[in-house]
Design a protein around this ligand. Structure first.
Ligand SMILES: Nc1ncnc2c1ncn2[C@@H]1O[C@H](COP(=O)(O)OP(=O)(O)OP(=O)(O)O)[C@@H](O)[C@H]1O
Ligand SMILES: C[C@@](O)(CCOP(=O)(O)OP(=O)(O)O)CC(=O)O
Length: 421
């Protein structure tokens, strides 16, 4: 395997986006393989603002598989990590790096150990789908390191075994996770519907909503729903299949009104089946409901939808605006209702694509304080403000799929030791 000595380290670094579902995945037919009970559709978010970077390394000097997440060593003993590692190892091929004098044969991969370092440029386990970007990045980077010949669709079936929603992060733009029929899950894969340039007018604002309580994890939440909700069968068998067809068409035609109607209805139905679970699961909170009301009122008053909303297994709102103009008007509304705590810095209250602030005519806290109530608010009811109920906003857009990072400075592991930098 190794040439003259055992001191070499071979590494690959990749960057992978996160995604947000507009037709939700909720419910499994196979817990171990992570096979869903319905198709789902998502939009990939721009990795410039939300992404995972992962470096994977192999060396004959490594004595065990190890992983560091955001700088802290974590255990790889969990079934999901083990399933991904086993599946990707079985697809490894010969690798040769002539410059470094490294030759690894297909069989060597069974014995060689890996070091993995990963970093999320956004809060982990805060309801921003870190597991989606994380498992997609793990599988994508290992596939490149091991010279696996599988395309992203085939890799998505491996990422799916880390976390269901991860399979959709192998592509940019709008992505469909086809539930598949096979018992072994081989046809439960992601496919790109359109790339990120197809509908590049869209602007996405995420309201990261302050929440103290730790909500039910998606994994256990969907298990309880499948076990106890009489509504979930109707959703999976009758509602979602029709919505998937309509959503695909709306996306292809850039039909924002239909897109909004489907996105909002599907988010609401997902939360309705959570409520239909016994005991009921509450993911949204009062702030989430207030954001929905604000958007619904505005969309109605405009006569045609300006913004779609969707909520995953937590209170954070993901708001998809039809264009830049609508996004600036939305941000003005949101900052009016949800100003930051006194003394907060506007610069850390709106992150991601901060240029949206300038477009909205907001340069400092004084501009936030002087925002007028939205015109759709009835004059006889004074508009209430909810200072501090939103932690911060992220402004982003549809984005691209996984990429390799080739600059050594971007790797998270030391090229000599294979340990975190
Ligand atoms: N970069 C990463 N690489 C590998 N695994 C990761 C990475 N980031 C997160 N994970 C895994 O995902 C878990 C967090 O997933 P969890 O579903 O709790 O939160 P989330 O994905 O951020 O939020 P949500 O699923 O509610 O949107 C972590 O404990 C870890 O096991
Ligand atoms: C509400 C959702 O975000 C649920 C995501 O569930 P996960 O993919 O986190 O669940 P596991 O497959 O058990 O890891 C909807 C969606 O992303 O489609």
């Amino acid at each position: 395997m190794a040439e003259k000595n055992d001191s070499w380290v071979l590494m690959v670094t990749a960057q992978t986006p996160t995604n947000i579902a507009v037709i939700k995945y909720w419910g499994k037919r196979d817990e171990n393989l992570i096979l869903p009970i319905n198709d789902s559709i998502s939009v990939t978010l721009d990795p410039a603002h939300l992404c995972t970077t992962t470096t994977v390394a192999v060396s004959p000097a490594f004595t065990q598989d190890r992983m560091w997440l955001n700088g802290k060593e974590i255990s790889l003993s969990g079934g999901r990590y083990q399933n991904c590692l086993r599946e990707i190892r079985s697809r490894a091929n010969d690798v040769e790096d002539e410059k470094k004098g490294i030759k690894i044969t297909k069989k060597d991969w069974e014995k060689l150990h890996l070091h993995i370092a990963s970093y999320n440029n956004f809060p982990t386990a805060a309801g921003l789908a870190s597991s989606a970007a994380g498992f997609a990045c793990l599988v994508f980077s290992l596939a490149k390191l091991m010279n696996a010949k599988e395309d992203n669709g085939q890799l998505s079936a491996i990422a799916r075994q880390g976390s269901g929603s991860a399979c959709r992060s192998l592509y940019g733009g709008f992505v469909k996770w086809i539930m598949g029929k096979e018992e072994n899950g081989s046809d439960s894969i992601a496919a790109q519907l359109v790339d990120e340039k197809h509908w590049d007018e869209l602007v996405i604002l995420i309201a990261v909503v302050s929440s103290r309580q730790k909500e039910t994890s998606s994994t256990s939440g969907m298990r309880e729903t499948v076990e106890t909700s009489p509504l979930i069968q109707h959703r999976a068998l009758e509602v979602v299949p029709k919505r998937i067809i309509q959503m695909e068409e709306a996306i292809r035609n850039r039909d924002f009104p239909t897109f909004t109607c489907l996105t909002c209805s599907d988010s609401n139905q997902f939360h309705a089946v959570c409520l239909d679970t016994s005991p009921p699961i509450f993911y949204m909170n009062d702030t989430s409901h207030r954001i929905i009301s604000c958007v619904e009122k505005w969309n109605r008053s405009e006569g045609t939808p300006q913004v779609a909303y969707t909520f995953d297994a937590g209170p954070n709102a993901v708001l998809i605006a039809r264009n830049r103009k609508a996004a600036t008007l939305l941000l003005q509304r949101l900052l009016f209702y949800f100003p930051p705590e006194s003394g907060a810095n506007l610069n850390s209250y709106v992150v991601g694509d901060k240029s949206i602030l300038k477009d909205a005519g907001i340069q400092d806290m004084k501009d936030v304080e002087s925002l007028c109530p939205p015109p759709e608010v009835k004059d006889n009811i004074p508009a209430q403000k909810y200072k501090g109920d939103v932690s911060y906003f992220i402004c982003t857009r549809p984005g691209r799929g996984p990429v390799l990072l080739t600059e050594e400075s971007q790797s998270l592991l030391n090229p000599e030791t294979g340990l975190p930098k």
